[in-house]
Design a protein around this ligand. Structure first.
Ligand code: GLY
Length: 309
């Protein structure tokens, strides 16, 4: 073991007033700091970055404050359909699931896909069958659906819906997704992202989160990236890989690459969202084009920080 560790997590991007709509700032801060502390302990114990990002995202998925796992936003049919993916920076192994229902922790199912190794992404019914094969924890629909999400969907529909234009459904929508990036004591990077997607999205819609290179990317030679925001824009800009390319081809560090990535997103597609990054030197950074990005970080074993703006 040669070096320190770093960890950064996020709980979604959006307008700050939208974040307050769902819970108080204190609640978000408390949960971000608690998850960082739990992740720190594991990294100090020598656990791999891949294990730690899966673990941190599990905690975010289990907390109904966030749009992932329990508390996911609802699609146009008032159903929860979740996407998740994670990637290991030492060998570029990746696992993803999309349009999954009833899986308590989609990121852990994505991890099973990664470990199984034949495929990178499983979808819908096939993913659910694989979840049963893996004995993943399943929950009934009622577990995932919260009163706040039903209210949010009703507001989205009342506002004129088909929701890919999130401006029309403010103030109810946060561009939620959760994610984690870590560098372990061996210098390995990993990244994980999980989401319920967009409020009132079309049934069967796939966002950026499960797409390697769009919502998630990790390469030990460059950086780990987890994105949050309007998924279609992140897909069209191959967002997470673009940030990695800024490190690889332009020699940027985490801060420069995160900023350049968001500038590119805005310049090309007027994109809305945020990103967290750890570079190969363990430096943490975040950037966003929205007014809010719920996130927290521990850089090179230092103090834990939390920021909502
Ligand atoms: N970024 C999450 C989504 O658009 O589904």
């Amino acid at each position: 073991m040669s070096q320190s560790y770093s960890l950064i997590i996020h709980g979604g991007a959006g307008a700050l007033e939208d974040l307050k709509y769902e819970a108080s700032e204190a609640e978000f801060r408390k949960s971000i700091i608690a998850i960082l502390a739990a992740g720190r302990q594991r990294l100090e114990n020598g656990e791999s970055a891949l294990d730690v990002v899966e673990y941190c995202v599990n905690l975010l998925e289990d907390n109904p404050l966030y749009n992932a796992g329990k508390g996911s936003v609802l699609n146009e049919n008032a159903q929860v359909e979740m996407d998740a993916a994670l990637m290991n920076g030492s060998d570029l192994r990746a696992g993803a699931v999309t349009c999954v229902k009833n899986v308590k922790n989609p990121i852990s199912l994505a991890r099973q896909v990664l470990e199984q190794g034949d495929h990178v992404m499983l979808a819908g019914e096939g993913a659910l069958e694989f979840a049963k094969f893996c004995q993943a924890t399943l929950r009934p629909d009622e577990y995932f659906i919260t009163p706040a999400r039903l209210k949010q969907l009703a507001e989205a529909k009342a506002a004129g819906r088909m929701t890919l234009d999130h401006e029309r459904i403010k103030p109810a929508q946060k561009l939620g997704t959760v994610g984690a990036v870590a560098q372990d004591l061996n210098g390995n990077l990993a990244a994980a992202t999980s989401t319920g997607g967009l409020v009132n999205k079309r049934w069967g819609r796939v966002g950026d989160t499960p797409v390697v290179g769009a919502g998630v990317f990790a390469d030990n030679e460059t950086c780990g990236v987890s994105a949050t925001g309007y998924g279609e824009q992140f897909l069209r800009t191959v967002f997470a890989k673009t940030i990695s390319d800024f490190v690889y081809f332009k020699g940027m560090d985490a801060a420069a690459a995160a900023t350049a990535g968001i500038q590119y997103l805005v310049a090309k597609v007027n994109g809305e969202g945020g990103v967290i990054v750890i570079d190969k030197a363990g430096r943490c950074s975040a950037a966003q084009s929205t007014s809010g990005l719920i996130h927290g970080w521990i850089e090179l074993g230092g103090e834990a920080h939390c920021k909502l703006g």
